[in-house]
Design a protein around this ligand. Structure first.
Ligand code: SAM
Length: 623
């Protein structure tokens, strides 16, 4: 698994949100910069705070001082605080990563300079570096922009990577390709040397917080990464290490530790993980499971010439002056215990945020009220099987059945996630079987692992839907073909709708994941319905009636189009806030807006054909 994927399993799907969370109390800004920061950090976190940076405010020139300031929290260390009220959807920070690398699987399908994907067939394909034959670029301009780093990387790639599990593929000449973490680290080191060790750029990197790994497995992982890096860089002596500005092996270990604590998953505008990247000003932001900001890579209007890490403030409540800016490092749709484990494993701290310390029932860990009053019961556990509805106080019976369903669901989710690419049929069989088991055990749409299973199921269904539309088999009978297509599409729409319900219950309004999920549901509703292929049903009165609709199937015809338009409009509003207003909701937000305009036109046509006036939105669907 690539480093990006590994981190992404923890963080990507639920890139941060933005509730008006009541963040821990702000503390007065530490007067003494790094020393003060170090002194005020809990030693139980075994972290080593920056030793050699300037007064932090003098570094980080690209942090807008009119909006933000660096302060130190006694528990979390340095962080960013709002110096004025920041509106929903306002960009807080926008900057390109200091170093980035695509994961190996993406090296031939994305540009290594701007991270734009391979163009659709028909347009000119990505150009491969003729020397290493590994990295690809949109054109000569992208290649030139990346050359200063790639010329060093090209040599290292041709030399071949370390023969270890960090290697994820090989070149046509059989050279091994190290994973994205090693290549990103190497790019960071080369650039650090080029910029000068005394430059602010390098000092910001050096000032990143490092956790000295506590667990033996983390220690082993760091050592392994450091050794692989040395081999990839082609270093054979301590002198060569010193030429890169690294005085000793211990210092190299610290650099690796800083890297793992502070990297981000480089993602596409739709949050698909692409690789690893590092941006010290953004890495200053601390974690909260109910954060008030989000890190996204929304794509630029004309092209992806610059891959910006943008930190957006989103949601419908402004971040008030004096509040700490907080993002989520992990998937916040997960139940508390899994969030805590992920944070401990990678970032080495116990989260004490309001969500992690609350006693209120949490939809992530809940079961519908047995009396169906609309309330929820806390999910029973082996230790605490007693559970009652938070609203009507009805007691949940047969908790063993619920516990069994959850256990089987979690095991199935782990298995299906592991085999989703290698054995699609198995993964799909698992998700299809487990979703009804969990719903009949009474789990609401937000509960884990039901929500996660549905998200996985939908990803596979969407591939099937596009496959069934594009690979229309002319030999199969029309009725059978359209029925399969209708069933697939309806199942995808129903699943997407349930996912939106689940995400709405656990993520704050305008979270990018919510916006993307709603955009997906809207797009599925907008897919042309397969030509009607009615099944004939004989009735006992000797007449025939037609019916293709399974129970709870989505509406058809103009009603479906209207629902698609309304869903996409809703998605557009959330995407604008989640991916930034100034950026018009990012690449996905702009595409959704075009879809809305198309649907408005179609609906106008339908209304005109019926002789009615359209009931569309002015200006093509701006919410
Ligand atoms: C990416 S860094 C954030 C910036 C860091 N505070 C600094 O001083 O450079 C991540 C580290 O910050 C600390 N941290 C972030 N959020 C925290 C939280 N909610 N509680 C405790 N520590 C936190 C942890 O030590 C974590 O490994």
């Amino acid at each position: 698994m690539s480093f990006a994927k590994l981190k992404a399993t923890r963080e990507a799907q639920t890139k941060p949100s933005y509730v008006s969370s009541d963040t821990p109390e702000s503390r007065p800004r530490a007067a003494g910069g790094e020393q003060a920061a170090q002194a005020s950090t809990s030693s139980s976190h075994a972290s080593s705070l920056p030793q050699n940076a300037n007064e932090p405010q003098q570094l980080y020139k690209n942090i807008p001082k009119t909006l933000l300031e660096i302060r130190t929290d006694a528990v979390k260390g340095r962080g960013l605080w709002a110096t004025q009220n920041i509106g929903a959807g306002q960009t807080i920070l926008a900057l390109p990563p200091y170093a980035a690398a695509l994961s190996t699987a993406n090296l031939s399908s994305y540009c290594s300079a701007c991270t734009k994907p391979k163009p659709a067939s028909g347009s000119s394909p990505l150009k491969r570096c003729t020397q290493c034959r590994i990295v690809h670029y949109c054109d000569a301009a992208c290649q030139t922009a990346d050359w200063a780093l790639h010329k060093l990387e090209c040599v290292a790639l041709r030399r071949g990577g370390p023969p270890s599990e960090d290697v994820e593929g090989e070149t046509s000449s059989g050279a091994l390709i190290p994973n994205d973490a090693i290549r990103c680290l190497a790019r960071m080191m080369w650039r650090r040397k080029k910029k000068g060790l005394e430059s602010d750029w390098s000092k910001e990197l050096d000032a990143m917080q490092a956790h000295l790994p506590i667990s033996p497995s983390a220690q082993e992982q760091h050592t392994h990464l450091a050794l692989s890096l040395v081999r990839f860089l082609g270093l054979t002596s301590p002198q060569e290490l010193a030429e890169l500005g690294v005085a000793s092996g211990a210092e190299l270990a610290r650099i690796v530790a800083k890297f793992t604590t502070n990297t981000f998953t480089l993602s596409a505008p739709d949050l698909t993980p692409l690789g690893a990247c590092i941006a010290p000003p953004v890495a200053l932001i601390n974690h909260d499971c109910q954060p008030n900001a989000v890190v996204v890579f929304p794509g630029t209007k004309q092209s992806h010439r610059a891959s910006h890490a943008r930190d957006h403030s989103a949601g419908d409540t402004p971040r008030r002056r004096g509040k700490q800016i907080l993002t989520a490092y992990i998937d916040t749709t997960l139940p508390r215990i899994q969030r805590q484990q992920a944070l401990q494993e990678t970032y080495n701290f116990d989260c004490r945020c309001s969500l992690c310390t609350s006693d209120d029932p949490d939809p992530r860990e809940s079961v519908w009220c047995p009396k169906k009053c609309g309330g929820i019961c806390p999910m029973p556990t082996e230790e605490n099987p007693l559970s009652q509805c938070s609203r009507c106080k009805s007691v949940l019976r047969d908790t063993d059945a619920v516990l069994d369903a959850i256990r089987v669901g979690q095991q199935g989710l782990d298995k299906a996630t592991a085999v989703q690419f290698s054995d699609r049929a198995k993964a799909q069989q698992l998700t299809s079987k487990l979703i009804p088991i969990l719903t009949s055990a009474g789990l609401p749409p937000a509960a884990h692992p039901l929500l996660a299973l549905r998200r996985l199921h939908l990803a596979m269904l969407i591939e099937d839907v596009s496959g069934s539309v594009s690979a229309d088999d002319p030999s199969s009978p029309l009725a059978q073909k359209t029925q399969t297509q209708t069933q697939l599409l309806d199942e995808a729409i129903i699943t997407a709708t349930q996912i939106c319900k689940g995400l709405d219950a656990v993520l704050p309004y305008a979270h990018p994941v919510r916006g993307l999920a709603r955009a997906e549901a809207g797009k599925l509703l907008a897919v042309d319905e397969p030509a009607p292929a009615p099944t004939l049903t004989l009735t006992n009165t000797n007449t025939t009636s037609t019916s293709t609709a399974p129970p709870h199937s989505p509406p058809t015809g103009p009603a479906r189009l209207k629902l698609a338009r309304d869903t996409l409009l809703h998605a557009h509003t959330e995407l604008q806030l989640g991916f930034g207003k100034a950026n018009a909701g990012g690449e996905v937000g702009r595409a959704v807006r075009e879809d809305v305009v198309g649907l408005e036109r179609e609906l106008g046509g339908v209304d005109a054909a019926r002789g009615g006036g359209g009931e569309g939105c002015e200006g093509g669907g701006e919410a």
